[in-house]
Design a protein around this ligand. Structure first.
Ligand code: GLY
Ligand code: MN
Ligand code: MN
Length: 470
């Protein structure tokens, strides 16, 4: 937090205080730090990026703090493209790939160094270490990241003074660095697309992190269900808080706002107010994911009967979604078109909706016209990784219009949502929402469901709830 703010109680620093503050500090430079285990993987990712942009300087910022009010900031989240290419999470940083004579690039990082104790900044500045915590020195960062590191405070001047090779920067992340370079918007977008596209296939290290994210998420779901059987979980907020505790304990945070949607809130795709009651007899649609300390997130949904047992109608809807998910998951294999799993699941739901009389048949016509979307609302899944909707800026040809490859990780998450005010369905269906969401990695022979540790079928879910509630 910036000191010396308007209405702060201290208005002046005496010369004596300034001198006192500058003296008497130990040398805490760390010489024992080892390279981060991700460093070689990040180097391999940079080599792929380098090959895409020969002879060009690339600037990939990490981002800055965003003010919430006065001297209070929102929690910082680095740009995922920076994290992927460095393994680093520092704010105010930037990766630069400088083209080398004879081909390839030299990589280095701009970082905010430690504060000197020779002036007042370390205890009065906007980024004062004494208030916000110790940072790594440039030498420490160089060892951890396996990259030369320079002082970011002179980055804008350095980049502006040495225009050098044609430059591209990822826009929208660090306005000061963006102003320092002369670039073209369309060419910059190609850099952002490339960074997004390079995340489509996860390396072995990333898959390990995603497994950790899913495993923590399974534990978080189990915590939440254990609470359901007690009187404490009478509010969606309680469920949210229970999961959040697990996320903070084992990971960094939640990878997106948890959706704790009881009763008719389950029909709201992105319900994150989570301020409703949790009542026996209703369903709870619970969509949540732990984000690891390295910022990889899970994204899992289970729809649970709060009382422990589905009503016949709830089970009918649940079974249709379950069968659609089975059909979708069966289509996840290398060489399949990315869209196949979506189409398989949506087709199945169209058949059921026609069968129930909610959509005019025949089913294939309804599907061709997209009529099922009134009740299925969303696409059946998305790539998953550092961002919950990962690789979102990748070129369509390599993502939604592309083909699945081993190492891709995606969600399969069909759902049915009958809005509480939908007069086209019988009254007892209104307010029912069901989604089942799992995280799959494409393997050489098909796929592996990373979230298989959470029961899925209606019978398994009921048995699981009975077990967890003892
Ligand atoms: N939790 C957001 C999603 O499922 O896409
Ligand atoms: Mn999802
Ligand atoms: Mn989700």
């Amino acid at each position: 937090m910036a000191k010396g703010r308007k209405n702060g109680l201290y208005t002046e620093i005496s010369a004596e205080l300034s001198a006192l503050m500058r003296t008497g500090w130990a040398d805490t430079e760390r010489h024992d730090l080892l390279p981060d285990e991700q460093a070689p993987h990040a180097a391999a990712r940079r080599a792929k990026l380098s090959a895409l942009f020969p002879g060009e300087r690339l600037v990939i910022p990490s981002g800055n703090l965003k003010t919430r009010s006065n001297d209070d900031d929102y929690p910082f989240r680095p740009y995922s493209g920076y994290v992927h290419m460095t393994g680093d999470q520092a704010r105010d940083g930037a990766l630069v790939l400088e083209p080398r004579d004879g081909g390839g690039h030299d990589a280095y990082c701009f970082q905010l160094p430690r504060d000197s104790r020779d002036d007042d900044v370390f205890w009065t500045g906007a980024t004062a270490e004494l208030w916000t915590g110790r940072r790594r020195s440039l030498a420490e960062s160089a060892r951890v990241l396996g990259l030369p590191c320079r002082d970011v405070r002179t980055a804008a001047d350095e980049l502006a003074a040495a225009p050098g090779a044609p430059t591209r920067i990822v826009r929208g992340i660090d306005p000061a660095l963006e102003r320092a370079v002369t670039t073209d918007e369309d060419r910059d977008e190609e850099l952002a697309e490339a960074l997004s596209g390079l995340r489509l296939v996860k390396d072995a290290w990333e898959l390990g992190e995603l497994r950790k994210a899913v495993d923590s998420t399974v534990r978080g779901f189990t915590d939440a269900i254990a609470d359901l059987s007690t009187a404490v979980a009478t509010s969606e907020r309680w469920i949210e808080g229970t999961f959040f505790r697990r996320a903070r304990l084992e990971g960094n945070a939640v990878g997106y706002g948890s959706i704790c949607a009881a009763g008719e809130h389950a029909t709201i795709m992105h319900w994150t107010d989570n301020d409703g009651p949790v009542r026996p007899g209703d369903l709870l649609l619970f969509d949540a994911g732990v984000e690891t300390r390295t910022l990889y997130t899970a994204d899992v949904t289970r729809t649970l009967p709060i009382s422990g047992t589905f009503t016949p109608l709830q089970r009918k809807v649940y079974d249709a979604v379950y069968e659609a998910q089975e059909a979708g998951m069966a289509a996840v294999k290398p060489g399949a078109h990315y869209r196949d799993f979506h189409e398989a699941a949506q087709r199945h739901l169209a058949v059921r909706l026609v069968e129930w009389g909610f959509v005019e048949g025949p089913a294939e016509r309804a599907y061709a016209l997209g009529l099922q979307r009134r009740f299925t609302m969303a696409g059946t899944g998305h790539m998953l990784g550092l961002d919950v909707h990962d690789c979102a800026r990748a070129r369509n040809e390599e993502y939604v219009d592309g083909v699945l490859e081993p190492g891709m990780v995606l969600t399969v998450e069909p759902g049915l949502y009958f809005q509480p005010d939908d007069l086209t369905v019988p009254e007892e269906w209104r307010g029912i929402g069901v989604r089942i969401e799992d995280d799959l990695v494409v393997t050489e022979s098909g796929h592996e469901n990373l979230s298989a540790g959470l029961p899925r079928s209606a019978d398994e879910v009921e048995a699981w709830m009975a077990r967890v509630s003892g």
